[in-house]
Design a protein around this ligand. Structure first.
Ligand code: THU
Length: 166
C-alpha cells in the first residue's frame, strides 16, 4: 500500500484592506450581493461575483424555492450566468460571501460540493485558474489559488468513454 498526500494551501488576510483594489472590489460586490439573495427559507444570504478575463463582472445570489431542491446557490447562479452570457471567456476570479440575520456566521463561507464540481469544470476548460476569495460580511478573507485545490481526486467527465472507443 502506498500512502499518497495531496498538499493544499490557502492564504488569509485580516480584511479587504490587504487585497489589491481589483480583488477588494470583487469581495465588496459579493458582500453587497447578499442583499439580493432570495432566501426566505434559510435566511442565509450568499453573494458571489465572478471576474471574467474580458473585465466583465457577473454577479449572483442564492435563489431558494418553496420546493426546496429547486433552489440554487449563489456561486452556480453566477457561474451559469457567466457561461451563458460569455461562453468562451475565462472566469479568472470568484468572490463569495455570506451573512445571516438568524444564524451566526463565524467563518468565511466556502462553496458546497456541487458548486465546487461546477466551478471545477469551467476552470478545467479554460487556460487559466479561477482564484477564489472567501469571506463573510466583514473581517478576514481566505484566498485559494484554484478551484482544483478545493476538490482533490475529483470526478471528471473526461473519463466517460464508450467501451468501444479506444
Ligand atoms: N448556499 C449558497 O448559496 N452557497 C454556498 O456556498 C452555501 C449555501 C445557499 C443555499 C441555500 O439557499 C442557503 O445558502 C442555505 O444553505
Amino acid at each position: 500500500m502506498v500512502k499518497r498526500d495531496i498538499l493544499f494551501h490557502y492564504y488569509e488576510v485580516e480584511s479587504v484592506a490587504a487585497l489589491t483594489p481589483e480583488e477588494r472590489e470583487l469581495v465588496e460586490l459579493a458582500r453587497k450581493m447578499c442583499e439580493q439573495a432570495y432566501a426566505p427559507y434559510s435566511a442565509f444570504y450568499v453573494g458571489a461575483a465572478i471576474l471574467l478575463e474580458n473585465g466583465e463582472v457577473i454577479k449572483g445570489s442564492n435563489q431558494e424555492n418553496g420546493a426546496y431542491p429547486s433552489g440554487l446557490c449563489a456561486e452556480r447562479v453566477a457561474a451559469f450566468a457567466a457561461s451563458a452570457m460569455f461562453p468562451d471567456v475565462a472566469m479568472t476570479k470568484i468572490a463569495i460571501s455570506a451573512r445571516s440575520n438568524r444564524l451566526k456566521v463565524e467563518d468565511p463561507v466556502s462553496p458546497c460540493g456541487a458548486c465546487r464540481q461546477v466551478l471545477l469544470e469551467y476552470e478545467s476548460t479554460q487556460r487559466v485558474p479561477m482564484k477564489i476569495l472567501l469571506s463573510k460580511e466583514d473581517g478576514k478573507v481566505l484566498i485559494i489559488d484554484r478551484v482544483k485545490d478545493l476538490l482533490p481526486l475529483s470526478f471528471s467527465g473526461n473519463g466517460l468513454k464508450r467501451k468501444t472507443d479506444q
